[in-house]
Ligand binder design. Structure first.
Ligand SMILES: O=P(O)(O)OP(=O)(O)OP(=O)(O)OC[C@H]1O[C@@H](n2cnc3c(O)ncnc32)[C@H](O)[C@@H]1O
Ligand SMILES: [Mg+2]
Length: 220
């Protein structure tokens, strides 16, 4: 009998309006033979993210998309957690980029993080540690939810380096690497496929857990 927790998916609805995230999910789903569509592509509304945890906001987004579409949906709530800033910007990472007139500017957002670090005198690498966090939530239209969390440890660098990736990638250098996420090709930042024992990015690590715990992919 198949594991009752295992779902078979040919198409996955990614409950996101962020083109960078959706592209990464599409890359992660490709080797599993799963097609990706997204809340953005289906024109689903963007729910308000009022929670104070990644899990709460991930649940809000996945449940809204699953209920609106009648499909199983996978959301990602993510952010940058900086130790010297006592966890900020955290769940408010997207808000730090939001402009008063609407839209987002990540150049300004990265500068705000840098200004906050400088204001606390955090100039040495050892004072500039943090992590990217990604919490994925799988939700059914009936309201069932399950969560998968991935984290990538690193340091905040200045000035920003690289034009690849999205969001705060140019200021985040993962531990054990000399380049920032913004300088890494897609495959290196978030690549993962079944049988691969490790993944680098927070999203790829969370996706690995999701694939192994819910899609019946053998754990490595
Ligand atoms: O809510 P959805 O529609 O999925 O898209 P969003 O961009 O609003 O996503 P979040 O609410 O989860 O906010 C996450 C923030 O963290 C940033 N972020 C998350 N993952 C990142 C990554 O891999 N690289 C760079 N920035 C990232 C991202 O740019 C957002 O500003
Ligand atoms: Mg959001």
């Amino acid at each position: 009998m198949p594991d009752p927790l295992t779902v078979t998916l040919t198409t996955l609805l990614v409950a996101s309006h962020n083109a960078g995230k959706i592209a990464e999910m599409r890359d992660l789903c490709g080797p599993l033979g799963i097609e990706v569509t997204s809340a953005a592509e289906l024109g689903l509304p963007e729910p308000e993210e009022t929670g104070d945890t990644f899990e709460a906001n991930a649940a809000t987004k996945a449940l809204a998309a699953a209920r609106a579409s009648g499909l199983i949906a996978l959301s990602d709530d993510s952010g940058l957690v900086v130790d010297a800033l006592v966890g900020a910007p955290g769940v408010y990472t997207a808000d730090w980029a939001t402009l008063p007139e609407g839209g987002r500017d990540f150049g300004i957002a990265m500068q705000k993080v840098e200004d906050a670090l400088k204001a606390r005198g955090a100039l040495e690498e050892s004072q500039r540690t943090g992590r990217f966090v990604s919490v994925l939530c799988l939700a059914t239209p009936e309201g069932d939810t399950s969560f998968y969390r991935g984290e990538a440890e690193g340091v905040l660098v200045w000035p920003p380096r690289g034009t690849l990736g999205f969001g705060y990638d140019p200021v985040f250098r993962p531990d054990g690497h000399t380049r920032t996420f913004g300088e890494m090709p897609a495959e290196e930042k978030h690549g993962w496929k079944p049988g691969q024992a490790t993944a680098l990015s927070h999203r790829a690590r969370a996706f690995k857990l999701f694939a192994e715990q819910r899609l019946g992919v053998a754990a490595t």
